[in-house]
Design a protein. Structure first.
Length: 375
């Protein structure tokens, strides 16, 4: 009997649709950085509801989530599609935990506290196996496969049979994350790891890492990068020997202004770790069509209250970034120039992301000015 649901991309996409459309809206009062894209859209022409959506974070405390679907105000917040149901039966969150086909549901093993997700290719399986072994049984696991190989993992690795597998050819980590890590699906997990497959983990242990993250209340973090072995694009993420974690590259050659990126409020994208709240926000910032995620690292700071305090690089648990360009070799099939074309797209996406953000910032500033001048 097979325990492992190896879900084809198609099945997961349709599952995503079902979950996406019927569950999440009751989380609205809980969101930190904005509101689900579709909520409130019916009246988006009115500047009041426009602002209402923008300032949703301030509403966070104003209504109890458990009672969000009841009462006069609650009716407006009822999850879209669930309006016909008695609120008591509405389930607006899920998880990525495997269950048994038998036994009492109440006695199934409980959902794990944390979630490990990785975008992987079968060629990198030895390294992925080593990484997975640094994560304890407190983690549920979700593997994103970009090369079409999924069931093969079960042949070699016992843990693979306890993981959820999602397969879609030639897709990036951010493409997968946008589609399969909706905040309503990862809601039970205190921390979400969104990791690459090419990390050396000899000096890393996931639970020890989380202990440090909790102790310092880091909302967004990454392990320090061992610059003596692998690569690191930014000084701030290089592992230091001075303590268990650091938050800035203040005073570094590249950091005349500690308040700017990438000197603080910054992590790189190969091994980020998000708290539940931070991820709720980051998910909304990921653009559906911009699959490489370029530019995100410079804007993750928007998803926490105090970036200089709530971002951190964990030095005591560090990794080596090997930079195996596996996905780049999955280009458009032409051997020649395939990588160059991917690079072109990455820059185009980066530019598009920056200009969308710029416009959005201006639009917000504009509407704020207008609404405060005409109350
Ligand atoms: C917007 O809200 C108003 C009042 O609540 C309602 O009369 C109107 O039909 C709504 N507009 C749309 C496009 O739903
Ligand atoms: C929410 O409530 C907590 C505790 O009651 C308070 O510390 C926090 O400032 C509140 N947040 C907002 C956005 O009102
Ligand atoms: C919802 O609100 C009602 C009335 O205010 C209260 O009696 C009830 O305990 C609340 N339910 C929950 C789950 O908080
Ligand atoms: C997977 O990794 C573990 C821990 O490093 C190791 O003991 C095991 O032999 C590896 N399995 C395979 C099939 O390489
Ligand atoms: C601000 O809003 C007004 C009214 O909608 C519009 O005419 C103007 O072009 C906007 N300005 C910017 C910078 O978006």
């Amino acid at each position: 009997m097979r325990l492992v649901p190896v879900l084809s991309a198609l099945a997961m996409v349709s599952l995503g649709f079902v979950l996406g459309f019927s569950f999440p809206a009751s989380m609205t009062p809980n969101l930190q950085c904005g509101v689900l894209p579709w909520s409130g859209s019916t009246n988006s022409s009115s500047s009041e509801s426009f602002l209402g959506r923008l300032w949703a974070p301030l509403l966070r405390n104003s209504s109890s989530t458990s009672n969000a679907t009841t009462g006069l105000h609650g009716i407006a917040r009822r999850p879209e599609g669930a309006g016909r149901l008695p609120p008591g039966i509405v389930v607006s969150e899920s998880d990525l935990h495997l269950r048994r086909l038998w036994g009492s549901p109440s006695q199934d093993a409980p959902v794990r506290k944390y979630l490990l997700t990785m975008a992987v290719g079968h060629k990198e399986r030895v390294n992925v196996n080593a990484t997975v072994h640094k994560f304890s049984d407190k983690f549920d696991m979700l593997m994103f496969h970009y090369d079409g190989h999924t069931t093969e993992w079960d042949d070699e690795f016992q843990w693979s049979k306890e993981a959820v597998h999602v397969s879609a050819r030639k897709q990036t980590k951010w493409w997968f994350a946008k589609r399969f890590l909706h905040p309503s699906i990862v809601a039970p997990y205190d921390y979400v790891f969104l990791w690459d497959e090419d990390l050396g983990v000899d000096n890393f242990n996931a639970e020890a890492y989380i202990d440090i993250v909790k102790k310092h209340r880091l909302e967004i973090s990454q392990p320090g990068l061992d610059s003596t072995k692998g690569k690191s694009a930014y000084k701030v993420s290089v592992k230091r020997n001075s303590g268990e974690m650091h938050k800035t590259d203040a005073g570094g050659n590249w950091c005349p202004d500690v308040h700017k990126r990438p000197c603080s409020g910054f992590v790189e994208v190969m091994a980020p770790v998000f708290s539940r709240d931070a991820w709720r926000c980051v998910w909304h910032m990921i653009q559906n069509d911009l699959v490489h995620g370029w530019g995100l690292d410079y804007n993750l700071w928007r998803c926490v209250d105090d970036p200089e305090e709530q971002f951190g690089i964990v030095d005591a648990q560090y990794v080596v970034h090997h930079v195996v360009p596996t996905l780049k070799d999955q280009g458009n099939g032409e051997k020649q120039g395939s990588r160059a074309k991917i690079k072109d797209r990455q820059y185009e996406e980066w530019h598009a992301f920056d200009s969308r953000l710029d416009n959005a910032d201006k639009e917000l500033a504009n509407s704020t000015t207008r609404s405060s001048s005409q109350p």
